[in-house]
Design a protein around this ligand. Structure first.
Ligand SMILES: Cc1ncc(COP(=O)(O)O)c(C=O)c1O
Length: 335
């Protein structure tokens, strides 16, 4: 499929990124691990709200919100949530109100993402430590209450809409790698709730599978991760009316060897990756998403699954503000 014809299917969209994010070579890491072409796609480098993967999704969530005439957006997550911080940023930029619902008790100190959400004027509500179903119910209830007050709420987070942002990212990376002469054969990205992964895979499928894609799970065992992605991928087919040929599972490998004790629990391997990329490249990772993903990249190279002669790119999905409130990060710097 002609890449230039694809974006027409991807709407409604409001632009929150004004340029492609950088694609950079990591020559000092290459030298350290004996590889000929390791690249990083810097989705941590976006001007708005300190950037990150969710800003690409927000181009489509906010596109829908504006099209529906919303005047307030609701978003839910943990106090450490990057999605909440970036929703607050997009709302500030677009002049919408923002209500953030956190499924935790109010922390004693504002730090990391929560501090930034407050600075950007979001209203924060703390639900206590409820599970995700209860959190979703409370978000719907809050939206209902706002409607009764005459407001026009939009709930951020529908996964198929959010995935559209990473269809765009796949096209962007593909074009950029060609212009840079990178001859990318592998792309490594985190595996979590699925919108980023499904969107990226859908974009790659439309392009005729330009890369082998490696998902480093940071949240679920492989079968559940793949099931989540499949559901969103099918949603993208229905939503866009585009049905890519072939089966993405044939060129996608999912790995759950970086999970450790589970989501958001730091591992020694991730902490070592934080040090390696900071010390060799001046690149910051955090322990929940990118630390485990970049540790996964190093393991794939070490194990020869990504051979030394085949260029690979790791997607940096952002989230660095979370580092300032993460357990284990300070100790990692001291060793
Ligand atoms: C920095 C970062 N990377 C990766 C992810 C995972 O993205 P997804 O939920 O689309 O799988 C998130 C999710 O919040 C994130 O904040």
């Amino acid at each position: 499929m002609d890449p230039s014809s694809i974006p027409a299917f991807l709407r409604p969209r409001v632009r929150l990124l004004d340029a492609d994010t950088p694609l950079e070579r990591m020559r000092r890491v290459e030298a350290a691990v004996g590889h000929d072409g390791l690249w990083v796609k810097r989705d941590d480098c976006m001007p708005l709200g300190l950037g990150g993967n969710k800003l690409r999704s927000l181009e489509f969530w906010m596109g829908e919100a504006l099209e529906q005439g919303a005047d307030i957006v609701l978003v839910a997550g943990q106090p450490a949530s990057n999605q909440c911080r970036l929703t607050a940023a997009a709302a500030a930029k677009l002049g919408l109100d923002c209500l953030v619902l956190h499924n935790a008790d109010e922390p004693q100190r504002d730090e990391g993402n929560l501090l930034l959400s407050r600075l950007m004027g979001a209203s924060l509500r703390f639900l206590g430590p409820v599970d995700e179903d209860e959190r979703a119910r409370r978000v719907r209830e809050a939206a209902e209450e706002l409607r009764r007050q005459g407001r026009r709420p939009y709930i951020v987070g529908e996964p198929v809409t959010g995935a559209l942002g990473y269809v765009v990212a796949a096209l962007e990376l593909h074009g950029q790698a060609e212009r840079a002469g990178a001859d990318l054969r592998h792309v490594v990205l985190p595996g979590s709730m699925g919108p980023t992964e499904a969107g990226f895979l859908f974009g790659c499928a439309l392009l005729g599978r330009p890369f082998e894609v490696h998902l480093v799970s940071v949240e679920y065992a492989v079968p559940e991760l793949l099931e989540r992605i499949t559901r969103i991928f099918e949603g993208l087919v229905a939503r866009t009316g585009m049905a890519p040929a072939g089966d993405w599972r044939e060129w996608t490998l999912a790995h759950d060897n970086q999970l450790g004790a589970g989501y958001a629990v730091p591992t020694e391997e991730a902490l070592a990756a934080l040090r390696t990329f900071a010390r060799l490249e001046g690149l910051f990772l955090e322990t929940t998403y990118t630390g485990k993903t970049f540790a996964g990249l190093l393991r794939l190279v070490r194990d020869g699954i990504i051979p030394a002669s085949e260029a690979a790119c790791c997607l940096h999905t952002g989230g660095v503000p979370a580092l300032f409130a993460q357990p284990g990060a300070a100790e990692a710097g001291r060793s």
